[in-house]
Each structure stands twice: as C-alpha cells, then as structure tokens.
Design a protein. Structure first.
Length: 510
C-alpha cells in the first residue's frame, strides 16, 4: 500500500512565527482573520513552559481582550501539553485580584508544567504583568482597551530576558497597533515584523489544511470558489479583515499609511506668511516684497520643471483665517501626477495673492488647466485667473456636495493606484486625512487640522483635489501662450504683469 504523505504540523507562516520568537526579543504579527496564529502561539507557549530554565524555558503570560479568548487559548495550550507533558494537561481556574481594585476579582486560567513553569491566561490590564517574568503573548492587540500601556508593561519584562509577541488583525489606521507596525517599518522600533494576508495564508496551504481537517477533497477550483465566498462575506471590511490594510479611522477617507506611501521628500512646501501690518504698506512696496519672495522661493522650483511636461494647477483661497494653497501637478508620460512643490500663503493681501498666482501660472510649462476655489472672497481670484488664462482653461469652482461626489473618488483612487505624489510634510498629511466620508460623500468636516499656531481647514487637501481634477480635464486650446523658457528663468515676465495692470487701470479710467 502506498503511504500517504502527511503535511507538516505547522504551515509555513506558523513556522515563521516559531522561528521569530526563538530569534527575536519582540515579534509583531499583522495578520488576516482565522489563520491559526493563536493555535500556533499555543504550541509555542506549551513548548516554552515545558522546557527547563537551563533549556530556555519560562512562564508564559497570555492576554486576549476577553474571557472567551483566554479560555480558547488555554485550551490550545492544554491540547499541546497532552502531547508534550501529559501530567500538565489539566486547566486550572483562578481569580486575579487587581491591586488597584481589590474588591474586583477576574477569572483567569493556568496550565502548570513539571518544569515548574506555567502558562497563565491573564486579563487585559497592564497591572496584571506586575511582578511577572517570561514570554508575553498579546493576542488581537488592536482590540485591547489600553494597548499603549499594555505594551509598556510587557516591554519592561525584556530587561530580565523576557520576550514579547504581539499578534493582531488591524483595527483602524490610527490604532496603536498600526502605529507600532509603521514604527517598525520606518526603523524607529527594533522589533521583528511578520505579515500574513489571507492570500499569503492560502499560498501556504490554509485551505488545504481546512479540507484535510474537514475530510473534504481539495482542488484549485474549490479553493478559488471558497476564497471568493469569504471575500464576498466580508464585503467592505475585506481589506482590513483579510488583506492587512487598516481602515480609515473616524471616517477618514484616505488613511495615513496610504498618504505616506505617496509622499515625496524632494517636493518642498513653499510658505509665506505676512505680518498684520503688511496690508498697510504702499502698493509698490507690497509688490516688490512679493516679487522678491517669488524670485527667492518660486523661481528656483519653476526652473527645475521639465518644459516638455504638461502641468495643471489647483488652488484653495484663504485670507484672514485659512490658508491660500496653490498646488501644481506635472502629468508624466506614465500618467502619474507628480507634485513638484506646493505654495502656501497666510495673511497675504488679495493683490499679492493674485501677483503670486500669476507669477506661478505664467511660468508653469504647458499649463493645460487650472481649477480654483471660487467660494466667498476666492471668487475674485478665480475670476481674474479665468480672465487672464481663458474660461476654457481656468475654471472657478463653487465647491458643493455634488462636486465632492464627482471629484473626490478619483482623487482617492489616485492614492490607491499610486497615481499621484504629494510633499512629505506633516501639515499636508493632516489636511488630506481631514477628508471624511459623510453620508457616502468624501468632504471636509473638521474645522482645524493644524498642529502649529496657524489655523488650517484642510486647505491643502482641497487644493490638491482641485489640481487633480484639473489634470483630468480636457481644456480647449484658445491661443494663450505661457512665457518663454528664457523669460521663465528671469524677470522679463513682469512685462506681462505690467501690461495686465495697465489694461486694468485704463478700463478704470474710461
């Protein structure tokens, strides 16, 4: 009779967990639901507690976020213990007394081994680890009430040779678990990170193991159908529950990790803030000051642009409170919209905002289209830009729920599809994260998104969305010509500004 080859007890990703726990003080796992990590961790716990101290054994301290998890885990340990040390198979219940709330007793579980070590399933409170030592396993960490404090208590055990394993599905992009994962990826935390999506688990044989356990035949077709069914059941939650993609917390439409993935450290944010008395300066002094800023800050960035690449421009207006933000986009041959720089103006008078906008737009190579926020006082700036560059090229936009509904999904998709780059800047990140899903429409809700002294209202997010919408527009050619390449690198374009000013003065005199 031909022998049937049995698979390894542990699937490859479970083996990777065991290897990591043996090699690293701290192991963090971001995972799909129901992939058997808790079961594998139960084996690790049993093996660790069964070993003598000389062989590297220790107590194991498990924390789930509820009693049912604790009971399930301790049953896994008991099952493994029967294979390792039959005398240790009995699960014992005891009551944990919180030292800060002695009147409240919490049920806990233990399995004791002949080595003198034990596996304890403890309540999810940091104080439960006081006076303990050994291997700490925090299961579904993202769902614990006070994960930050729990991690601090667990990491204290590292001082005397303990180890920590943190396992979880994601629970939002601002959750402490996701922050921990990002810190590891960024090199800020020296921990070992493992990642296993639903598809990773399938490739490692998860469905085959399910079939073997249930006694049903496996086939590629059956696995594909089962995968599709599981994803359909999870619906909108599939990314987070199965694919290790944290959801946007608090309704945030574009999660921070996705924004950060599109950030470009080479793209500067050019900021100019005027003092309160600047508006009272004589007109020629204000113009000279604005021109000096343009030539010192804007001109070098403009000179670096590829003259053969088409560009688009978006702008959000602000005067005494919010910012004015001008956001150019270079449209690459690969159709990726790359941000070369962003301009932010605070407390800048109307005339100087117009001056800076024209300085910028005149020098943007192959300017295809622009869209400017035309609400409130922004209507003036949007109108004069439309007059200068043509109604088919520059559009004043009255932001509304309908506009958000039509234009925000493509803006978000650009982040999801790696179709855009943005500056690597904390304030830009905060503004884009301020976009929320409200009744199925992505829009701004929060009033203040700034972290410094200046008020922000998601200004950069609106400018970026307008720029992206402009980059997708199909403007008609009408004869406007941007300044020449030679003029783009010097002062000559002021002639165009002077001519525009003279025409306005002439019309006022008639």
């Amino acid at each position: 009779m031909t022998a049937i080859a049995l698979p390894d007890v542990f699937l490859p990703y479970q083996q990777a967990l065991m290897a990591s726990v043996g090699a690293h003080p701290v192991t963090v796992v971001e995972k799909s639901r129901r992939t058997g990590y808790s079961w594998a961790a139960g084996a690790i716990a049993a093996l660790t507690a069964a070993a003598t101290r000389a062989a590297g054994g220790s107590d194991v301290l498990y924390m789930g976020y509820n009693l049912e998890m604790a009971r399930e885990f301790i049953d896994y340990v008991a099952d493994w213990a029967k294979q390792i040390s039959p005398a240790a198979a009995e699960v014992k219940e005891f009551f944990f007394t919180d030292p800060e709330k002695p009147e409240k007793e919490i049920k806990a579980f233990r399995v004791e081994f002949a080595s003198g070590h034990k596996v304890l399933a403890l309540p999810s409170v940091p104080r439960a680890l006081r006076g303990m030592q050994g291997l700490v396993i925090i299961d579904e960490a993202a769902f614990h009430d006070d994960l930050d404090e729990l991690l601090k208590a667990a990491f204290a055990l590292l001082i005397w040779g303990g180890k920590v394993v943190v396992i979880s599905t994601h629970n939002g992009d601002t959750n402490p678990f996701n922050i921990l994962v990002n810190d590891i990826r960024a090199g800020r935390k020296p921990y070992h990170l493992l990642r296993c999506t639903f598809d990773d688990a399938l490739r490692d044989g998860l469905y085959r193991r399910i079939c073997m356990t249930k006694g049903t035949p496996w086939s590629p077709e059956a696995e594909a159908a089962w995968r599709a069914e599981i994803i359909a059941i999870n619906a909108e939650a599939a990314d987070e529950e199965l694919h290790c993609i944290p959801s946007a917390s608090s309704g945030s439409a574009i999660p921070a990790p996705l924004i950060e993935a599109r950030m470009d450290a080479a793209a500067p944010v050019l900021r100019w803030e005027c003092k309160p008395d600047f508006v009272h300066w004589a007109a020629h002094l204000r113009e000279a000051e604005a021109l000096a800023w343009c030539e010192a800050q804007l001109l070098p960035a403009l000179r670096a642009l590829d003259p053969a690449t088409p560009h688009a421009l978006g702008g959000d207006f602000g005067r005494s409170g919010d910012l004015s933000v001008f956001w150019p986009l270079a449209i690459g041959k690969d159709l990726v919209r790359r941000t070369p720089f962003v301009v932010e103006l605070r407390n800048v008078p109307f005339d100087q905002q117009r001056q800076i906008l024209f300085y910028l737009a005149d020098r943007l190579p192959k300017l295809r289209a622009g869209k400017l926020d035309a609400r409130g006082n922004g209507q003036y700036l949007a109108e004069v830009a439309m007059q200068r560059y043509g109604a088919t090229r520059f559009e004043p936009v009255m932001l509304s729920e309908g506009w958000y509904r039509d234009n925000m999904p493509p803006f978000r998709a650009a982040f999801e599809d790696a179709g855009i780059t943005v500056p690597k800047d904390r304030e830009i990140l905060g503004d884009i994260r301020a976009l929320k899903m409200v009744r199925g429409v992505i829009r701004l809700v929060d009033r203040d998104t700034g972290e410094g002294a200046g008020q922000r209202h998601g200004d950069a997010a609106i400018a970026g969305a307008l720029a992206y919408a402009a980059s997708r527009a199909e403007p008609e050619e009408y004869g406007y010509e941007a300044v020449s390449q030679a003029a783009r690198s010097g002062r000559a374009p002021d002639d165009a500004e002077d001519a525009w000013r003279r025409r306005r003065e002439l019309r006022g005199a008639l």
